[in-house]
Design a protein around this ligand. Structure first.
Ligand SMILES: C[S@@+](CC[C@H](N)C(=O)[O-])C[C@H]1O[C@@H](n2cnc3c(N)ncnc32)[C@H](O)[C@@H]1O
Length: 354
């Protein structure tokens, strides 16, 4: 089994390299409007944004930043198949402009943008992200009424393109092999995620500054979303590719991927990150199986029996749909030399029985 992974250096407001209806899933995190670290980037995309910020017109800057993201959302509408899912990780921004503090509700604006493009919103996920600063409380601390709540969550907004789900041929192997365990379903499909930071082993960045500059999300986020919303053989797109966390997750999950990123500096360091993909993917898949076995032990201790046996692993499973689960590991990653400036082929093997 092989998967391909292509990355283009370029502006996702025009995804010319990607055909219509070419991807089944989008997993991404855009630059968040009104978060200062992205002011220069947005101003480069539209100089009027810098002018609005300078004159203290937060509302105009917010609208103009979203107008740039809207052009990427237009492209997603074109390249995503009908019934395909878009997962958008975004946080709101708090900011003082002209001495006036307020929240800029990015999640609400992105939701409107997708809905107006014919996507149906699905129940979303709150990702709880602790702000670990000692001085996190803002405003005047202990006297009412001018203190402000600290934002410690981000959203994963979920949309389906169109009003119909994707259909598969009955009994499609690539779908059943990509099933998740019952207890994973219960954890992943809850609407508040609290334990995503560091649950999976993450790849170290050679350059610490890079992680800060890129605002990379933890691998667990795209990995779960890919397992939840795509089958083997599907292609996952990240139009705000950054350091390529979505591609790493797609490699670990055995799906194809494609990405686009403005800053070529991020792509140059990606080769260092993929060297560890074989060991990372093995440890991710083994951890899932190990965790499942712990669940089996606990459930039996609680006096419950299992009705089904997994076909590929010596373990019982709760439901019929889990029987054919086949986790994968990456044996090697090779460089592709074709149309993409950066392209990789991952060779996958079924996770072997230990
Ligand atoms: C929040 S970061 C994504 C981080 C990524 N999820 C990761 O884990 O590394 C947003 C990324 O989008 C890129 N970007 C912003 N606007 C873009 C555009 N119009 N086209 C392509 N990339 C863009 C930025 O350079 C930045 O790397």
């Amino acid at each position: 089994m092989e998967t391909t992974h292509r990355v283009f250096v370029g502006d996702s407001r025009d995804l010319a390299e990607i055909d219509d209806d070419a991807v089944e899933l989008v997993v991404t995190s855009p630059p968040y409007p009104m978060i200062e670290m992205w002011d220069d980037l947005f101003t480069a995309l539209d100089p009027a944004i810098g002018d609005a910020l300078e004159s203290g017109d937060g509302r105009a800057a917010f609208d103009a930043m979203h107008a740039q993201l809207d052009r990427v959302w237009d492209e997603l509408e074109r390249v995503l198949v009908d019934g395909g899912i878009a997962c958008i990780n975004v946080g709101d921004a708090t900011r003082s402009l002209d001495d006036s503090f307020r929240v800029y509700a990015n999640h609400a604006r992105v939701l409107e943008a997708f809905e107006s493009r014919g996507f149906d919103p699905l129940p979303d996920i709150l990702w709880r992200k602790p702000a670990n600063s000692a001085a996190k409380f803002m405003g005047s601390g202990m006297i009412p009424p001018n203190a402000y709540v600290t934002l410690e969550h981000e959203y994963v907004l979920l949309f389906r393109k169109g009003d119909e789900s994707r259909s598969f041929e009955p009994g499609a192997d690539r779908r059943y092999q990509a099933a998740y365990f019952w207890e994973e379903r219960n954890r992943w499909f809850t609407d508040v995620w609290t334990e995503v930071q560091g649950e999976l082993q993450t790849l170290e960045f050679a350059d610490d500054d890079l992680r800060d500059r890129s605002a990379a999300y933890p691998l667990e986020i795209p990995y779960r979303l890919i397992c939840m919303y795509s089958a083997y053989g599907d292609t996952v797109l990240d139009p705000f590719w950054g350091t390529g966390t979505t591609t790493l997750a797609a490699m670990c999950a055995g799906r194809h991927s494609v990405g686009s990123e403005l800053e070529d500096a991020f792509l140059e360091v990606f080769d260092d990150r993929i060297a560890d993909v074989p060991s990372l993917s093995r440890s991710v898949s083994r951890a899932r199986l190990e965790r499942h076995r712990e669940f089996v032990t606990r459930r039996r201790e609680d006096g419950n029996e299992f009705e089904y046996e997994a076909t590929h692993y010596e373990t019982p499973v709760v439901t019929k749909m889990e029987r054919d689960i086949q986790l994968r590991e990456v044996a090697a990653v090779e460089t592709l030399t074709d149309d993409a400036e950066y392209g990789y082929r991952a060779i996958h093997e079924p996770l072997a029985l230990e």
